[in-house]
Ligand binder design. Sequence first.
Ligand SMILES: NC(=O)c1ccc[n+]([C@@H]2O[C@H](COP(=O)([O-])OP(=O)(O)OC[C@H]3O[C@@H](n4cnc5c(N)ncnc54)[C@H](O)[C@@H]3O)[C@@H](O)[C@H]2O)c1
Length: 445
Amino acid sequence: MSRMRMTVIGTGYLGATHAACMAELGHEVLGIDVDQAKIDALKDGKVPFYEPGLPEVLERNIESGRLGFTTDYEEAAAFANVHFIGVGTPQQRGSYAADTTYVEAAIDSLVPHLEGQHLILGKSTVPVGTARALQERADAVAAQAGKGARVEIAWNPEFLREGYAVKDTIEPDRIVLGTREENSRAEEIVREIYATPLSHDTPFIVTDLQTAELVKVSANAFLATKISFINAVSEVCEIVGADVTQLADAIGHDDRIGRKFLGAGLGFGGGCLPKDIRAFMARAGEVGADQALTFLREVDAINMRRRQRVIDLSREVLGSLIGRRITVLGAAFKPNSDDVRDSPALAVAGQLNLAGAAVRVYDPQGMDNARKVFPTLDYASSLDDALTDAELVILATEWDEFKQLDPEHAGELVAKKTLIDARNVLPVDAWKAAGWELHALGRSL
Ligand SMILES: NC(=O)c1ccc[n+]([C@@H]2O[C@H](COP(=O)([O-])OP(=O)(O)OC[C@H]3O[C@@H](n4cnc5c(N)ncnc54)[C@H](O)[C@@H]3O)[C@@H](O)[C@H]2O)c1
């Protein structure tokens, strides 16, 4: 395998992981971000978010000299001829559409410094058509700079899951590359970059730019739809007294359906699924296929109703929320992450608090981020501290630490042994045997 040089622009969850893992694969990598504090931390070998295994990969590769970080685009332009873009594409304020201004800014900052031939590989999740527009933008910026640079934009969407980001980057389950139709050098270069995973028979799909862009948003739309499907069925189960977890097991045995992503409960959140399905709907409308994705509006609505259901259930269980001591276990949008972006757990905690409850939150990793979003909530110092004197406990994020909680021990700490398992993950019999009154979504216990 040949060692290559490359930059990674934007060193958030995606970019920092990608930079460190590309160095781990043997390449020489320079990460660039506009956030000086983030770059300082990364240079110091500190990952500014929680991702199991990433600190070790980061440290090892900084030490080996293969991985560096900077805020200087001129340095980036001189460092390599291959540049990944992993900057954010959040939901626009006041609209469903994705905000692509950060991706555009990355092009505007990098391209004026380029000389010779360069390949820019987009990894950010973008609306279909973005890569083509960025190619025109890059051509115009390069022409204006007058250094004769030739820049090709290709798209290499990222499918990593937070919590498994290192493994997913080093051993991806597929690699997708979208290139422009003529004279593309991208495939040859990308084959060299990913020589290690490709040598392990990783599926490699080379396609056009728009298909590559659509692959990513379609994958996320499918996953969101699967979760909302089971949560819609869960609503019916609640009314007729059926058990959604047994139902999911039963339909999941059909391998055309599969059991994964059929965990009925509080629904999805995070920095990707919610904004990606909304951006997909918005772009479908813009290209004239407005009816094609209207079902995603329903997927979004089902998902949001689950949060409200937990609030309503809490009120039903307690009679009134005013002044009641409720402990919410979980703040991160999913376990093994400290990411609280659009977190269902934190949304529930915040809503209960606004409705007058005295809410106490505990999360193994997400506390610092949660405090920034909801400074008014009460944050416990430990799981035991969180449980002490609670009148209602809500399991809102399925961390192992919560799943393995001893119901006897927990029962000695709380004021009232009442719990809502909003993720359907607790061993019901053991909890009942310990004297707990259990409630869940989509089944009566
Ligand atoms: N987080 C994930 O699990 C994941 C998975 C797949 C795809 N994605 C996609 O990857 C992209 C990034 O997501 P993220 O979660 O890493 O976001 P993030 O907010 O953690 O990171 C984005 C980074 O880009 C930096 N940035 C913004 N403008 C910049 C500029 N002009 N130049 C250099 N850096 C700049 C920010 O300072 C920040 O550090 C998004 O499009 C997202 O949808 C994320």
